[in-house]
Design a protein around this ligand. Structure first.
Ligand code: 9D3
Length: 235
């Protein structure tokens, strides 16, 4: 049972996205727990304000330390500091998320995601609570919510029981370091294109060898970086 706690100003967005499809089923079946904690609920400002101007000037607003810290503390008060030991700040300046990080995080009992907005968050609260800074890639989004959802999806599917038969998390792209081979279903001919003859042969050894070859060819063509890594691992 992995618990995701997401600190955000947009809790509905996060819950809508994550309680759907396969993750929704995983929550129902008790394999994972997901909660969005609204940072705004913890502000002491009577108008509900959670941001202010940056000292030293500059464009935009910063999320203040107090509401972020108190929202975080409310999670710790419920689950304990030991369990809630991992706090992941979603930021364009973080280390790029990858399958290896997903594997490692899937072994935790609790993960706290902190989603930034405005021009960022007061550095002092980040120093006190954040253990990991993660980006999902080099493109500019409007906030950390979609990255937190992307990470939760990638991590949750690795939790035992979340995927059923036929949704296997093994033998897939990235897990053996290769892209997937092309696949075909009925009919045998569609728009004058035939299914590769070997797949109709019933010779499983030949089919396996063909798929392996296709996976290698594809990886070499489309992801030369992955192909090089794969070849290095073979020696
Ligand atoms: C206007 C501020 N920007 C100056 C270049 C910095 C900036 C801060 C925060 C730009 C975008 C964002 C919002 N994005 C995220 O919070 C974010 C993110 C992303 O934009 N891309 C990839 N991964 C991530 S993780 C969090």
């Amino acid at each position: 049972m992995l618990h995701f706690h997401i600190l955000t100003l947009f809790p509905e967005m996060v819950m809508q996205g994550l309680n759907t499809s396969i993750l929704g089923r995983a929550v129902k079946n008790g394999h994972i727990f997901i909660e969005a904690v609204n940072i705004r609920d913890y502000t002491l400002d009577k108008h509900g304000k959670v941001d202010d101007y940056p000292y030293g000037g500059g464009a935009g607003m910063l999320m203040q330390a107090q509401p972020v810290f108190d929202a975080y503390q409310s999670i710790v008060d419920r689950v304990g500091r030991e369990r809630a030991s991992r706090v992941i700040y979603l930021t364009p300046q973080g280390k790029t998320f990858c399958q290896e990080m997903a594997q490692e995080m899937a072994g935790e009992s609790d993960l706290i995601f902190l989603c930034g907005h405005y021009e960022g968050i007061d550095e002092r609260v980040l120093e006190e609570i954040v253990t990991d800074e993660v980006s999902i890639g080099d493109y500019v989004l409007t906030g950390g919510e979609l990255p937190a959802m992307v990470m939760a999806d990638a991590i949750a599917r690795l939790v035992p029981g979340v995927l059923h038969n036929g949704e296997s998390s093994q033998t897939e792209s990235f897990e053996d370091g290769l892209l997937e081979y092309p696949q075909y279903s009925r009919p045998e001919i569609w728009h004058e294109k035939r299914v590769p003859e070997i797949l109709l042969s019933g010779d499983h050894a030949k089919v396996d060898a063909w798929r392996r070859e296709q996976a290698l060819l594809r990886t070499k063509e489309r992801r030369p970086d992955l192909y090089e890594k794969y070849r290095e691992r073979q020696f």
